[in-house]
Ligand binder design. Structure first.
Ligand SMILES: NC(=O)c1ccc[n+]([C@@H]2O[C@H](COP(=O)([O-])OP(=O)(O)OC[C@H]3O[C@@H](n4cnc5c(N)ncnc54)[C@H](O)[C@@H]3O)[C@@H](O)[C@H]2O)c1
Length: 461
């Protein structure tokens, strides 16, 4: 049987029974039969968003084969070139588990639907497009009764955060398993640090610090759109440059450190105030940068108990680099991530000086968190354990967005203000076609609307 035969039959049956996704919330009290692969059953995977992370996540998924057979059977991307290069790379790296013939490779803004149609209920779909599309694709996955792995951030604004919270509940009501790519939570060294902090080894947490400061990375900055590409394609392909697509560099780059430090504190911040600015308006050649990002951000997050979390983000050449995170307690200091988003080893020191003589503990588990998050998800899928990281993923996305909005508006922003903010950056993405207008239009000078702290104060642009 082809991968989509049983899927189509089950889908018809499911829609007949439930009346479609609109009925999902009514399902919460109904016991649903397990749709999960028992240990030895083949789990089929579809990849939606075949870029760098999507291709990596597909490899991580395939690496769980010790738990049971698994293979990639369908791929979808908005663009043919991205799909081709991902398919070629994956097939070269893992020919035994990549089974995606031409007729299960789909291109375009509705490609996600076709790829999901190749799966049967209980299979797994990977959502690794820019985050703007997450709720659209997640909604479809729930309708198709698929387990999901989705990358962070899961939302970039208030309305989509509220939507995703509801979708997360619907996924639980349907007994679907959902992993979110905040991999610090699956980093074994950070799990041990978290446990040690809960056991009081640091005393009370009074301050946390996070840094991600390096040169321009990804599509942090953009020059004016060339004539041979539509505005829509330009913005999607360079998604870090545009707030609607990614939440900008702030949400895309900084969410990991915001997430894992808040985890160490077991709380989300109640409010944030922040500064930031654009220092370099043009390239060395004098061509204007037209993206929406600030070059640097400094955020002071406050928790309900009054303690603070200071975050510095910077994308500038020639400045000192720093990419790590720290937790200060009444008894000592911990290094959470030594380098990058969740780098080993974590460590605890007595007092506030990080010196070898003061070190009380250092982690020794160096397993790969990207692999761990898939081991954990597939364990839940195969053993039918409750598993849904959406609420936490949305809360991490909102906590990140509130720091960004505080910098972009120059106002103090509470968690509730961010969550309830009515500015939806890109409404109607579920109806997007290749001919749709871009969610953001440039001014006459080719520049897209940039945040103006103190001038535009109730929305970010
Ligand atoms: N957890 C991590 O450490 C980590 C690391 C890198 C990226 N990410 C996240 O993964 C996501 C993707 O990032 P990336 O670096 O792989 O970007 P990328 O540009 O390499 O990949 C994104 C892919 O999605 C495709 N795409 C865009 N819109 C689409 C749509 N509507 N339908 C189908 N395909 C679409 C693009 O063509 C591209 O191939 C982002 O949310 C990013 O934050 C997470």
């Amino acid at each position: 049987m082809e991968p989509n035969d049983s899927a189509t039959a089950s889908r018809r049956q499911f829609l007949k029974t439930t009346g479609g996704v609109a009925a999902a919330s009514a399902l919460s009290s109904i016991h649903l039969p397990a749709v999960h692969a028992q240990g030895s059953e083949m789990v089929q995977v579809a990849l939606v968003g075949c870029g760098g992370r999507g291709s990596g996540a597909a490899m991580d998924a395939m690496a769980t084969s010790k738990q049971g057979p698994i293979r990639l059977v369908a791929m979808a991307d908005a663009y043919q070139d991205r799909l081709n290069s991902s398919h070629a790379g994956l097939s070269r790296a893992n020919p035994a588990q990549i089974d995606v013939p031409e007729d299960r490779r789909f291109v375009g803004f509705d490609a996600y639907k076709h790829a999901m149609d190749c799966l049967k209920p209980g299979d797994v779909v990977i959502l690794t497009t820019p985050p703007a599309f997450r709720w659209v694709h997640f909604q479809q996955a729930i309708e198709r009764r698929l387990n999901v792995f989705m990358e962070k951030p899961v939302t970039v604004d208030g309305p989509t955060s509220r939507r995703m919270l509801k979708l997360g509940e619907e996924a639980s009501a349907r007994n679907l398993k959902v992993g979110v790519g905040l991999m610090s939570r699956h980093a074994r060294h950070m799990q041990e640090l978290h446990e040690r902090i809960q056991n009081g080894e640091l005393g009370d947490i009074i301050l946390m610090r996070g840094y991600r400061m390096h040169g321009p990375a990804g599509f942090f900055e953009s020059l004016p759109k060339p004539a041979n590409i539509s505005d829509l394609d330009y913005q999607i392909r360079r998604f870090h440059s545009f707030l609607w697509a990614s939440g900008g560099c702030f949400s895309d780059f900084y969410i990991h450190i915001v997430d894992h430090l808040c985890w160490m504190k077991n709380a989300w911040p109640t409010k944030a105030q922040a500064t930031g600015g654009r220092h370099f308006g043009e390239s060395k050649e004098g061509v204007p940068f037209v993206d929406q990002n600030f070059d640097n951000y400094s955020v002071e997050y406050t928790f309900a108990d009054g303690s603070k979390f200071l975050f510095d983000g910077r994308c500038m050449n020639g400045c000192a680099g720093m990419y790590s995170s720290y937790v200060h307690g009444t008894k000592g200091i911990a290094i959470a991530s030594r380098a990058n988003d969740c780098g080993t080893p974590s460590a605890i020191y007595k007092g506030q000086n990080v010196t070898p003589a003061n070190m009380l503990w250092q982690s020794t588990n160096n397993t790969n968190p990207y692999r761990n998050e898939w081991e954990d998800l597939m364990d839940a899928v195969r053993k039918d354990k409750p598993y849904n990281e959406v609420k936490r993923g949305v809360e991490a996305s909102v906590a990140t967005s509130m720091g960004r909005m505080a910098a972009h508006t120059g106002q103090e922003i509470s968690f509730e203000t961010m969550l309830n903010c009515e500015h939806e950056f890109a409404p109607g993405l579920d109806k997007l076609t290749a001919n749709s207008p871009a969610p953001l239009l440039p001014g006459a000078n080719g520049r897209y609307p940039q945040p103006q702290p103190g001038i535009v104060t109730t929305r970010e642009y």
